[in-house]
Design a protein around this ligand. Sequence first.
Ligand code: PLP
Length: 377
Amino acid sequence: MIRLIIPSIEEDDLQAVREILASGYLVQGPRVAAFERAIADYVGVQHAVAVSNCTAALHLSLLALDVRPGDLVVVAAYSWIATANVIELCGAQPVFVDVQPDTFNMDPMQLAQVMGRLMENSATAVRVKAILPVHTFGQMADMPAILEVARHYRIPVVEDAACALGASWDGLPAGSWGSMGCFSFHPRKAITTGEGGMIVTNDAGLARTLRMLRNHGLDPESTTADFVRPGFNYRLTEFQGALGLTQFAKLERIITARQKAAAHYDQLLAGASLCSPVVSPGVRHIYQSYVTLLPEEAVSRRADLIRHWHEQDVEAAIGTIHMPLTAYYQSRYGYREGDFPVTDVVAERSVTLPLYENMSPTVQARVVEVVLADLMV
Ligand SMILES: Cc1ncc(COP(=O)(O)O)c(C=O)c1O
């Protein structure tokens, strides 16, 4: 089977985990702290707070901004469901924004319209607590334009950079633009700790709150065990911290290999009916996923196509989720097809092809051969 992803786990990763397991000190400790430092330095921010996954990272970020029941968080419509769920889990309501048809990222013009509508109405203006753009599939959203809108209304931005460690816009790293940025280390990301997440920020106050919230409300700056608010256990384990460090040492190598493989797919797909991904100028796309768009005539066959490719040992998947049209959001807020017309199209046409560090050109050629054979008719 040509897998969608194969994590780059090597002997030094195994050794690092083995060492911690053998030590018996398994919970958050010095390796987690070193992993935090490595990520903060890499992103160019003051603080990084490791947590058990990116869903936890997003959840804590919103809680740190004091998002409460009745509040509104403005969010891209096309993302993994966690991006909207964390808003609901704070008791708040997501206000979805349509995406761009080529980059699949939050459309800043749509954001400006949505924010204008919300902020002109005094009843909703006071409820808007955050803007949550997503760096979809490893390509950054248009942060200069998004921040312009956010600053105009003085609303903080949390970057869902789950897929985008190492991505940048005009040389400035994903995660360093907003009040906070959240990364994932799920195995489908460039580097992995099995499950794992990280929040980065330049705000010492937010970092302190995040550290409290991830550890039962224990104030990290108190000299006594001082539980100052209710918190979670969202800690990363020490063996995951150790794995994070060895994985992090490979990050640039992995990104370079994935970019090379993506460029090879671009060549193989040139002129084909399957559209390869579009990269905005000045953007460093790290290709967490290589997401293509099916020709319109093939949209109704997508599930069958993916199944048929699987039968020929090629694992493919849809892109990500049209969040407003999932059962929960549809029934709770009454969203219908047509409310987010670009997301409607992108969500039904997207197909992710296999991409991993050690993918050979021959294997890529096989993927494209199998996929295009079904699109000729
Ligand atoms: C855009 C986005 N946000 C959030 C998440 C949640 O990350 P995690 O699986 O680490 O909780 C994911 C996971 O794939 C994601 O793709």
